[in-house]
Design a protein around this ligand. Sequence first.
Ligand SMILES: [Zn+2]
Length: 423
Amino acid sequence: MFRRPRVFGALAGAGVILLALLAAPAGAQPSAGAPPDRGVYTVPAGNAAARTAVAGSGVDVLGTRDGTMTVVATPAQARSLRAQGFRLGQVGDFDAMLAERSGPPRAAAAAAEFPPGDEAYHTYAEMTEALRAAQRAYPGLARLSSVGRSYEGRELYLIKISDNVDRDEAEPEVLFTCNQHAREHLTTEMCLHLVQRFTARYATDATVRQLVDSREIYVLPQVNPDGSEYDIAGGRYKGWRKNRQGSGTDPNRNWDYRWGCCGGSSGNPRSDTYRGTAPFSAPETRAVANFVNSRVVGGSQQITAHIDFHTYSELVLWPYGYTYADTAPGMNAEQARRFADIGRRMAATNGYTPQQSSDLYITDGSVNDWMWGVHGILSYTFEMYPRTSSGLSGFYPPASVIPRETARNDAAVDVLLRAAGGA
Ligand SMILES: [Zn+2]
């Protein structure tokens, strides 16, 4: 039910009614075209083939942990899964849970603003200002640029951090990307934490100084700013995952490596894992890919390592996602062992669970498969805090966890930065 008070009849003038209508929070309305009556369910699925079947049914997979998936499903999807023999446990109504998490509607919420209590999370404007502030405070270490624009025209900001930042030195380059998925706001904070750590602590932290001096670090805090802004529009969470092109493309199914090959994405535009009309049909993935392509200098890719941050489930994942096989074209046994070895070393520092991406379920068109398959970049996905969630707290943990859960990855990030040099 809407909470809008039914007082219009008591108001005197049409102008007052118009103002009241304008002040109604946009988030109180179901989002246009959203399927009705979406439920949140737990689904036990004990092996990767079963999980691939669940993910492939078109449900929105929120998280997967210890053989249980948490998904958002329409009534038809729930019926279909039950007909296939899956046992669904209903957690709640998706939209009611979103409304509950967002708190009471506010009369005059800004266009994009986190709900009360979550203001420590950065909106796009606040993220932009944080990056500008880093460049202003540390002009010798940080240089802000953009790899292009989102579908709605927002700059896709990229900040480079290194000593002699204005020179392209002969140092291994490492890329960190965040927020491909709109509602995974903790990841934007993760990237901003990296920026803060590698600039503000340079003068006093010997490890930071050594890494910044010997690497060229690129941080892209919001790959999907349109989706992220939409997710918080009017101060109400929407549970939105995709970009804002048409009914939305899942950026992490849109990369041009074995795109749509293997049942690990959807061809249905309404699906939350819609792969788009073509590889790189999303301007956001195309722009990031163009940047990575531009780092081929003298025939050799300068970027040697990459982490793409997501939430949630506390996992360290590596390619390939499109196949269950450990080895495949472009991934020999030695390379697979190196992925696993570095993945496990990182996971040993943050307590995440390390595994090949397809051990979870099949995905195709993911960033990791493209980074490795096309460029030979040691590319990982981190699924951040929390480990499990029965509902929406997985995407919307309280802002109080931001410092702890971002710093938790410091040592893992350092492992990767060292590995980028061949160690
Ligand atoms: Zn994600």
